[in-house]
Design a protein around this ligand. Structure first.
Ligand code: SF4
Length: 182
């Protein structure tokens, strides 16, 4: 029996193409949402802290970039700002703070001391925090100007926007013998 749809042209989409389109859409939306809702954890150890405060104050207003809400618990933050000199005794503490942050997370080395040790070329100072944790953006300067920090935030936002997110099929976890009921 002929149906009323028989005369209509057929628009076919391959499953992979549809998934690719959806994945792109999800990626873009997540990137957009994440880049404008950064919650910073300021790990402030030295004089660069003054610049951190200036950058957050009304004149430079990091709120315009969606990055104005400092959280003082690493569990509620996704942008770790390492502001100032990090000595070897502080290294394990910094590492622990980084590990306590939930994924996805990003790190900014704020100032030349955090980026490379700066002029503290000695046995007690970590010669760049990238020896302890991965760094996404480096802001040079001693101290950096607030405009430089804002520029660093914009670079990071570009990176977050361009990150891709994959749709995955979650497979059921294997059943462990004797583990039923746990
Ligand atoms: S980069 Fe300069 S201003 Fe910043 S912590 Fe080091 S010495 Fe201080």
């Amino acid at each position: 029996m002929a149906s009323e749809l028989d005369g209509l042209p057929v628009i076919a989409t391959r499953r992979e193409e549809a998934e690719g389109f959806l994945q792109g859409l999800v990626s873009k939306s997540l990137g957009w949402a994440r880049k404008y809702s950064l919650f910073t954890y300021p790990f402030v150890t030295a004089c660069c802290g003054m610049e951190y405060m200036t950058m957050a104050s009304a004149r430079y207003d990091s709120d315009r970039f969606g990055a104005a809400m400092p959280r003082f618990s690493p569990r509620q933050a996704d942008l770790l700002m390492v502001v100032g000199t990090v000595n070897c005794k502080q290294a394990p503490i910094l590492r622990r703070v980084y590990e306590q942050m939930a994924d996805p997370k990003w790190v900014m080395a704020f100032g030349v001391c955090a980026s490379s040790g700066g002029f503290y070329d000695n046995y007690a100072t970590v010669q760049g925090i990238d020896r302890i944790i991965p760094v996404d953006v480096y802001v040079p300067g001693c101290p950096p100007r607030p405009e430089q920090v804002l520029d660093g935030i914009m670079l990071l936002q570009k990176k977050i926007q361009n990150q891709s997110h994959k749709l995955i099929d979650r497979k059921p976890l294997p059943v462990i013998a004797g583990g039923a009921g746990r």
